[in-house]
Write a protein that binds this ligand. Structure first.
Ligand SMILES: [Zn+2]
Length: 199
């Protein structure tokens, strides 16, 4: 059983990506987290959320809350956006850091497969694959994504960012704000957490 910290990205004055008809990523992320939390609890995991309402929080504050609680896994929930409607599907970012990076890689693949199995929708056909990392250009020994970088600095195992689809793709934009679909997506995340063994 894992201690899972869920971080619904954005909130408050920070909408995140926005669909063509004005739906905010921040709200979609929170909706999924509120559906997912009781499902993880029912599966025997312990769960904490970075936010339970529509408020803005800095990335370092989110990670501080996770660290203070003593989490095993930090799953940051996001929706991607692209310049064209073609890209669709989910993808997962984990840390570059050696030992922890390996662990993040394992969780990231479980999440990609779990969501694909549970929703019946394939992951994003990224050229490098749906699981990836990004190095800071300025400080190449650190992660580019702040939430992952802060989490690694705090010693949190396996921080990941789940990009759940694209606001710029009409099918994704509709599904990612549909409770029935979110329940399936949450089911895929529960499967991944269930299968992830804490070292
Ligand atoms: Zn986001």
């Amino acid at each position: 059983m894992a201690a899972v910290f869920l971080d619904p990205g954005h909130g408050g004055t920070e909408p995140g990506a926005v669909t063509a008809d004005g739906k905010r990523e921040a709200d979609g992320n929170l909706r999924l987290a509120l559906i997912l939390a009781p499902m993880l609890l029912a599966a025997g995991h312990s769960v904490r959320l970075s936010r339970e309402e529509d408020v803005m929080l800095s990335l370092s504050e989110r990670v501080k809350r996770a660290w203070e609680w003593g989490t095993d896994l930090l799953i940051s929930l996001h929706i991607d956006g692209a310049g064209s409607p073609a890209p669709s599907g989910h993808h997962v970012i984990h840390s570059i850091t050696d030992k922890r990076g390996e662990r993040g890689d394992r969780l990231a693949w479980l999440l990609v497969r779990g969501i694909a199995d549970a929703t019946g929708r394939p992951p994003f056909a990224r050229s490098g694959g749906p699981v990836w990392t990004r190095r800071s250009l300025v400080l190449p020994w650190l992660d580019y994504h702040s939430v992952i970088r802060h989490a690694i600095q705090r010693g949190i195992e396996a921080p990941v960012i789940v990009e759940r689809g694209f606001v710029s793709n009409p099918d994704d934009a509709r599904l990612l704000f549909d409770d029935e679909y979110l329940i399936m997506q949450a089911g895929g995340i529960v499967m991944a957490v269930d299968q992830y063994e804490i070292p």
